[in-house]
Design a protein around this ligand. Structure first.
Ligand code: NDP
Length: 421
């Protein structure tokens, strides 16, 4: 049905590429392009070796996604001249949030549609919000192109769960709590489940939630409570700022309070505290005396401590093999239907081991890569391709929810249970 170009060859891209290849009736041509082409080739070879697509059919390329002209040249080469294209063309941005705007710029120039899983974040400021990407609305609309924002699990499936609840179970959603539990054990003293730099920047920020029409700020990890997760049990859950809340409270203005909770174990938090106390989570440049590669003596180089830390921490892509347990992510919603108050809990549990056996990656990459592929499928099928820049809850949730059940992330519902919140 259409051509897809995946940018990135990390954990999330690996899962998405597997799932895209499993649906080759929809995705007729696949290219994987990233900073390190050898990783793209290794990924393409692994997928082809599984017999999901014919050998040699997945194209790969090098691209620096920080450089717009490089991206434009690649898009034009792969998708061909815009006027001569006969099928839908989509770029899936599964690199890092730093590249969102350059990739969107290149999509506009080469006239292709866009999808991502995380909102833009400037490299030199640990701060994320949608305003930078929403500023592209008019340009995408005028160009007749579609940009699908935040199509992972959270944001992504959690936003679609909310849209589904609003469509089928509530006249008015009043209280929304997104709950994200990773009850897995990777047997490492400390590791992050996706890109360590992005993950640590997110968790060490101040908390933020929406209440009575305004944002309420908390100290980082200040608010926490035990929440009980299906098949997992109680886990200490911490209130964090998370990007989907920003668009959900606009798209569902009846929401009186919206919060996001994530579980952390004591061991993880102890390491995080030490990392912060010794300055390893800093994102500003420091000078460091290193040995010159040619052995000619000491040279002063500039490094960012958090990027250095990333280089010594376990690679999230390599956690899968010994990862046990599961993730449990969902939405707990309270609201009004036919004049009566109801509660609704919709969630998915995903086994790290099953994710690894299918794609070679752990559950957190899996729960992000599968929805990214389904979003791309929605675009290819013409179900989600309204011109403009859209958060996923703006589209019809039903066909996406149907695919979740068949593509590896089945969901479950509890009506009128105790939400604990
Ligand atoms: P990884 O670090 O594993 O992978 C990132 C990939 O992007 C790497 O292949 C990297 O290349 C490539 N890359 C980085 N910079 C550039 C560049 N300038 N040009 C080209 N390629 C580049 O990250 P993850 O797979 O863990 O995460 C991917 C995305 O998914 C992130 O944006 C993350 O925030 C998001 N995410 C979203 C979630 C959700 O539920 N919505 C949950 C988890 C993650 P190289 O290999 O050379 O380093």
């Amino acid at each position: 049905m259409g051509k897809v170009l995946i940018i990135g060859a990390g954990g999330v891209a690996s899962v998405a590429a597997h799932k895209v290849a499993q649906n080759s009736d929809i995705f007729t041509e696949i290219m994987i392009a990233s900073r390190t082409e050898s990783k793209c080739r290794a990924l393409a070879d692994a997928i082809e070796a599984k017999g999901l697509v014919p050998k040699g059919s997945i194209k790969t390329a090098h691209v620096d996604a920080d450089i717009v002209p490089e991206l434009v040249a690649l898009f034009n080469e792969y998708f061909g001249e815009a006027e001569k294209r006969t099928e839908p063309c989509l770029v899936m941005n599964l690199a890092l949030p730093y590249q969102d705007l350059t990739i969107m710029d290149a999509c506009l120039e080469a006239k292709v549609s866009y999808l991502d899983t995380a909102n833009y974040e400037p490299k030199d400021e640990a701060h994320f919000e949608y305003s930078w990407q929403w500023a592209y609305r008019e340009r995408f609309e005028k160009a007749g192109l579609c940009a699908i924002l935040g199509c992972g699990f959270d944001p992504g499936v959690t936003s679609i769960y909310t849209a589904y609840a609003a469509k089928h179970h509530f006249d008015e959603i009043q209280y929304l709590d997104i709950v994200d539990c990773n009850a897995g054990d990777h047997h490492k003293a400390f590791a992050t489940n996706f890109n360590p730099e992005i993950n640590i920047r997110e968790i060490t920020q101040k908390g933020l939630y929406w209440e009575d029409g305004k944002w309420v700020e908390t100290e980082p990890l200040e608010i926490h409570k035990d929440l009980t997760y299906p098949e997992v049990g109680p886990r200490d859950s911490y209130l964090l700022h998370h990007e989907e809340i920003e668009s959900l409270v606009i798209n569902y203005p009846t929401i009186k309070r919206a919060r996001f909770w994530m579980t952390f174990g004591q061991q993880y938090l102890k390491h995080l505290e030490v990392i912060q106390n010794i300055g390893m989570s800093r994102i500003d440049e420091i000078e460091y005396k290193a040995e010159a590669a040619d052995g000619s003596g000491p040279v002063t180089v500039k490094i960012v401590p958090l990027q250095f830390l990333k280089a010594v921490l376990p690679n999230p892509q390599e956690l899968g093999e010994n990862y046990e347990g599961q993730t449990s992510i969902g939405c707990r919603i309270r609201g009004i239907k036919n004049g009566e108050e109801h509660t609704y809990y919709v969630y998915n549990n995903c086994s790290h081991r099953a994710a690894f056996e299918e794609t070679g990656m752990q559950g957190v990459s899996y729960t992000t890569g599968v929805p990214a592929m389904i979003g791309a499928m929605m675009f290819m099928k013409g179900l989600w391709n309204t011109p403009g820049v859209h958060n996923v809850e703006e589209f019809d949730p039903d066909p996406f929810m149907e695919q979740l059940n068949t593509q590896g992330l089945p969901w479950h519902e509890i009506h009128d249970g105790d939400l604990e919140l």
